[in-house]
Ligand binder design. Structure first.
Ligand code: ADP
Ligand code: 5GP
Length: 216
């Protein structure tokens, strides 16, 4: 069984940038490709960055229970296809879901074992610079900065908080969070049973009981 990691942050903090570097640097992690009704940005590809959907189809999807959660963000629909998460978990892959703060809370409610990671910008000034660099208009930037002021207070409600000052540092920290969860005994035992990381004799000794320092 894979774990679900939710990466959330105010728009412009660097979620997508951090996520793509993380996926390059960690095996066994798959990104959950979410759906949106917004237009693709230059270079974005359907089925890679998002599933780009028509509004009517998205609304039909909402009615049909196709989404684990969905939200309206800056005038467009965004939603997490349920089957994407289920498939990764079943196939033993960890999933990385990059969504906004309201979506993160909904997923955590439905899947309490999921792990929420909040990415913080180092300062409001830097957040504004990053938004500008991404080409948002002044009006759009102001709207997103106002939303950020309501989202940043949510950071303490997440399981982990990571600052995205230096990108490599942030990626390393999230990588460590994921690896550390994989080593937790509940996950590690299950993993060892199905992988060939240790030989049969080690597995039998470990699972045979009779730990000598501990009374049973
Ligand atoms: P989000 O997905 O959170 O909206 P993006 O990943 O699109 O944010 O990043 C917004 C902008 O900030 C991009 O121009 C990206 O290159 C830049 N960026 C991301 N992380 C950093 C960082 N650690 N230092 C400097 N610039 C960054
Ligand atoms: P953008 O249009 O900049 O790609 O994304 C806008 C915001 O929507 C980002 O904060 C992004 O993480 C969020 N988002 C992307 N997919 C989903 C989703 O499936 N559900 C929710 N709730 N938010 C999403």
């Amino acid at each position: 069984m894979g774990n679900l990691f939710i990466l959330s942050a105010p728009s412009g903090t660097g979620k997508s940038t951090v996520a793509s570097k993380l996926l390059e640097r960690l095996e066994g992690l798959r990104r959950v490709i979410t759906a949106t009704t917004r237009e693709p940005r230059p270079g974005e590809r359907d089925g890679v960055d998002y599933y780009f959907m028509k509004k009517d189809d998205f609304e039909r999807g909402i009615r049909g229970g196709y989404f684990l959660e969905w939200a309206e963000v800056y005038g467009n629909y965004y939603g997490t296809p349920r089957e994407q998460v289920d498939k990764n978990i079943k196939e033993g892959y960890d999933s990385l879901l990059v969504i906004d703060v309201q979506g993160a809370f909904k997923v955590k409610e439905i899947m309490p074992r999921s792990v929420g990671i909040f990415l913080l910008p180092p300062s409001m000034e830097e957040l504004k610079r990053r938004m500008k660099r991404r080409g948002y208009s002044d009006k759009n930037t102001s709207l997103r900065l106002e939303t950020a002021k309501k989202e940043i207070p949510c950071a303490p409600n997440f399981d982990y908080i990571v600052v995205n000052d230096f990108i490599d540092h942030a990626v390393d920290q999230i990588r460590s969070i994921i690896i550390s969860l994989r080593c937790k005994k509940e996950n590690a035992l299950e993993d060892l049973r199905i992988s060939s990381a240790v030989s049969k004799d080690i597995l039998e000794l470990m699972e045979g009981g009779g730990c000598y320092g501990k009374k049973t």
